[in-house]
Design a protein around this ligand. Sequence first.
Ligand code: FAD
Length: 414
Amino acid sequence: MTVSDAKPGVIIVGAGQAGGRTAQALRAHGFVGPITLIGDEALAPYERPPLSKDILLGQMQPQALSLLADSEWRELGVDLRLKTRVVHIDRAQKCIELSSTGVMAYDALVLATGARPRPFPGKIKNGARVHYLRTVDDALRLKPHLRLGGRLAVVGAGFIGLELAAGARMLGAGVDVIELGPRPLARLLPASFAGWFRRMHEDQGVRFHFGQGVLVIDGERVQLDDGRQITSDAIVVGIGALPNDDIAAQAGLAVGPGVLVDELCRTSDPCIYAVGDVATRTDHAGGAPMRLESWRNAEDQAQIAAAALCSSSLKPLDAPWFWTDQYGRNIQIAGLPDDGMAVIKIGQPDHGPYLNYFLQNGVLQGVIGVDCGREVRLARKIITEGQPVADVDLPRPRPKKTPSVAFPSALPLV
Ligand code: FAD
């Protein structure tokens, strides 16, 4: 469906990165009708990646995360309603119900409700305080615990757990990471590269406990499957995220998990779109439905949905892209690297720059680069084109004038 500029216009549920960018993109595509952006947090749309990096390290203030200044939302003519939750969608009447009592009609609805941390499934006893990291408030609560001489226990060795571990070590805290899987990032990266992450963290003094579940968090103690107990000042659970798809499911939209969308971010209802962490793409080349929790995906899907709503065309998007920063190293991943693909490794694993290319039948499918932003950018284009590529044509790192320090900068354990 496409929207007219007449009332009631477009309602966007979820005032995060994808929701905020959709509102901006609608205006950029020429939509002049009403746009209402509704979010349950107190803050206007902001970017989350620095929460586990610069904010925890004290290198950035929360105000710097905002997508736009308040005055810019007003200039765009976006009716921004914060601290407001959408509790129900009535598809027959084309309206939504707000937590603050009130019903609003829509021509088109965009679901940008994001995801929430997967809750700790075990027992929490004796007033134990478990931290999660999704919002500015979460980061500000956690920050004082990352300090010289402190101890942090991180449950889960995904990207957020590892970024937290890196931040804590750089500030001088001791860190234990407990992970059910056999290695870090087991669901996210090929095994061939996971070892690099493990070594980087172990070189900085992080203690990993692989193959260990946590059944009980008791006061300041984390109890592992094998009976060992780890005592810490703060316990953070980073075991993945669940899409906020409840209101979509209740409204009878196809959900599975995440709101199922096609290549234009259209859900099973022609008047409802979904973007960002909550959206599960069903059109993916590999065939399997896929939900991408990444900054780039939130940006891209906002553009796609806005263009579709305004019947504008959009140039094809590049392959998926993700980055993480740990111990001063910038790691970028493009495409979908996977175990079972041929791997070409170039560069210095310890000192960087370092590149791993993943190919299938001579076609580049993915790349992981350490301190190789330029090369990953070029490789991403090659992945998007999907043509066979000769080894010699793979981007190679330019020699650095000054070599990087091997895994710089954590403070010694005290
Ligand atoms: P969100 O930003 O979560 O926004 C959704 C909003 O909707 C939230 O404010 C939520 O409270 C609100 N909402 C939910 N339900 C309702 C409702 N019913 N009514 C009203 N409001 C509702 N990506 C990278 O590529 N690189 C990184 O280094 C990286 N680091 C990250 C670090 C952290 C700590 C986190 C949490 C994420 C990181 N990401 C990173 C992922 C990236 O930030 C997310 O993919 C992106 O924020 C998704 O945007 P979104 O708008 O879909 O969801």
